[in-house]
Design a protein around this ligand. Structure first.
Ligand code: HEM
Length: 417
C-alpha cells in the first residue's frame, strides 16, 4: 500500500478532486484552472505564501480573534447558552481565513454573524443538489462541465468578486508596490505583479478563486480539528492537564503576546495532541489521484494509466497494524521516540506529494492559536449525558469528516489573564 501511495504521490501532478472541487466554485470554466501548467505555476507561486515567515504577518489578526473567542465563551457561560463546538470554531476560522484572504474583517467569532460567515454557513449546509455536485466532482468530473455545476450560488461568487475588488482598490490598486505582504491577499497581489513581469498573466478571476479556495479549503477543516480536539480533551482530563501544563509554561516564559506561531509550533506535547486528533479525525478521509503511467503492483495487478486511484487514508489511520488500539485517543504515539516507528505514508491527514494540502501550516497555525487560548483560559469538561467521542455521530452526507450532531462541553474558567 505504501508503495502505491508513494508512487501516486510522486507521480506526475494531476488535479485531485479536492482541488477541482475547490476551484470550481468561483471559476465557471473549470478546465482552464485545472490545466496542469497553470496549476503548477500557481502552486509554485502560492507555496511561498504559506511559509512560516509569511504566516507571521497573521499574528495580530489571529491573536485578536483568539481574544474574541475567549470573550464569546465567557459570555456564553454568563448567559448559560452554549454554541455547538463546530459552529463556534467555524465562526472563528471564517474570520481568520476570510480576513487573511480577502482583507475584510468580520465579527463572527464574537457574534456568530458576518457577511463571510453567511457564505461559509451555506457551504456547511447539505442539499440534494449539493450532493449531486459533490458526487459528480469526485466520481464523474465530466458532468461538472456539462451541467455547469458550481457549489456556490451566483450570489456567493458575486460577493467574493465584489469584496476582492473593493479591498484591492482600498489598498491602492493592483499596481501598488508590495515589499512585505501583510496577509494572503497582499501575497496574491504580489504574485500577480511578479507573473506580469514573467509575461504570464494571472487574471483577477484566478486571484479571486485562490482567495475563495483559502477560505473554503481552510475554515471547516480547521474548525473540525479544533472541535474534535476540545471534545476529546474534555473526556481525557489527564491529557488535558499535561497539555495545559505545557501551555502554561510557555505562557509564563513568553507572555500571552509572545505565544506566536513559532512558539506554539515548538511545543512538543501540543503537536502530539494535534497529530492524534488529525489521525482519528482526518477531515478528508481519502485521497484521490489518477495514475499517470502504468504501475505494476505484482504479477496479478497492474494499474493502467488513467485509472482513478482512491487512497483510504483514514483506513490506514485506523489499521491496528499501523496504529495499535486505533480507537484510543493516545497522543503519545507521536512522541519522538514512538513516531519514528510509524510507517511512512500511513499517516496522511494533509495528503502527500505535490498535491498535498497547501494550507497545512496556515491551518495548523490557526488551530494551535485557537486551542491554546481556549485551554489556557478554560478547563474543559464533558456535559452530563453527552456522547463519548466514539459514540458521537459522524456527518454522513458531507464531504469532510465532521460531527453529525451538535457537540457541547462545559467550560470552567481558569484563574489567569
Ligand atoms: C486542519 C486543517 C486542514 C486539513 C486537515 C486539510 C487537509 C487537506 C487534505 C487531506 C487535502 C488533500 C491533499 C491530497 O490530495 O494529497 C487538502 C488539499 C488542499 N487544501 Fe487543505 N487542509 C486543511 C487546511 C487548509 C487551509 C487552511 C487551506 C487554505 C489556505 C487549505 C487549502 C487546500 C487546498 C487549496 C488544497 C488542494 C491542493 C492542490 O491540489 O494543489 N487547506 N487539504
Amino acid at each position: 500500500m505504501s508503495s502505491r501511495t508513494g508512487s501516486s504521490a510522486r507521480g506526475r501532478a494531476i488535479p485531485s478532486a479536492l482541488s477541482i472541487y475547490l476551484q470550481s466554485k468561483t471559476i465557471s470554466n473549470l478546465s482552464v484552472l485545472c490545466e496542469d501548467p497553470l496549476w503548477s505555476s500557481l502552486r509554485r507561486r502560492l507555496t511561498v505564501v504559506f511559509t512560516s515567515h509569511r504566516l507571521r504577518a497573521l499574528h495580530s489578526l489571529t491573536a485578536d480573534k483568539c481574544a474574541d473567542l475567549v470573550h464569546r465563551i465567557r459570555n456564553e457561560i454568563q448567559q448559560n447558552t452554549y454554541t455547538d463546538l463546530r459552529v463556534l470554531f467555524a465562526d472563528f476560522t471564517t474570520d481568520i481565513t476570510g480576513c487573511a484572504s480577502f482583507g475584510l474583517g468580520g465579527e463572527a467569532t464574537l457574534t456568530g454573524h458576518s457577511a463571510m460567515r453567511r457564505v461559509t454557513r451555506h457551504f456547511m449546509a447539505y442539499s440534494m443538489l449539493r450532493g449531486l455536485c459533490w458526487s459528480s466532482i469526485f466520481f464523474c468530473p465530466q458532468l461538472v462541465d456539462v451541467f455547469g455545476f458550481s457549489l456556490f450560488p451566483e450570489s456567493a461568487t458575486k460577493y467574493f468578486k465584489e469584496i476582492f475588488r473593493t479591498v484591492v482598490e482600498k489598498r491602492g490598486g493592483y499596481d501598488r508596490k508590495i515589499d512585505e505582504p501583510k496577509d494572503l491577499l497582499d501575497a496574491l497581489l504580489k504574485i500577480r505583479q511578479e507573473s506580469l513581469n514573467d509575461k504570464e498573466e494571472i487574471s483577477e478571476d484566478i486571484l479571486v478563486a485562490q482567495a475563495a479556495i483559502f477560505v473554503e479549503g481552510g475554515f471547516d477543516t480547521s474548525a473540525g480539528a479544533m472541535t474534535y480536539a476540545i471534545y476529546e480533551l474534555a473526556f481525557h482530563p489527564e491529557i488535558q492537564n499535561k497539555l495545559y501544563e505545557e501551555l502554561l509554561e510557555a505562557k509564563n516564559q513568553y507572555g500571552v503576546e509572545g505565544l506566536d506561531g513559532n512558539v506554539l509550533a515548538g511545543l512538543n506535547y501540543f503537536n502530539c495532541v494535534i497529530k492524534e486528533v488529525t489521525r482519528k479525525y482526518s477531515s478528508m478521509g481519502w485521497l484521490d489521484r489518477i495514475a499517470s503511467q502504468d504501475y505494476r503492483i505484482d504479477d496479478k495487478l497492474t494499474i493502467s494509466a488513467g485509472t482513478p486511484v482512491y487512497v483510504n487514508a483514514i483506513g490506514m489511520h485506523y489499521d491496528p497494524d499501523y496504529f495499535p488500539e486505533p480507537n484510543k485517543f493516545d497522543p503519545d504515539r507521536f512522541l519522538p521516540e514512538n513516531e519514528k516507528n510509524i510507517k511512512p505514508f500511513t499517516f496522511m491527514p494533509f495528503g502527500e506529494g505535490p498535491r498535498s494540502c497547501i494550507g497545512k501550516r496556515f491551518g495548523l497555525q490557526t488551530v494551535r492559536y485557537g486551542l491554546a487560548h481556549v485551554l489556557l483560559n478554560y478547563e474543559i469538561k464533558p456535559v452530563p449525558d453527552a456522547p463519548t467521542p466514539s459514540q458521537a455521530k459522524i456527518e454522513k452526507r458531507g464531504m469532510f469528516l465532521m460531527p453529525g450532531e451538535p457537540l457541547y462541553v462545559k467550560y470552567i474558567p481558569r484563574c489567569i489573564t
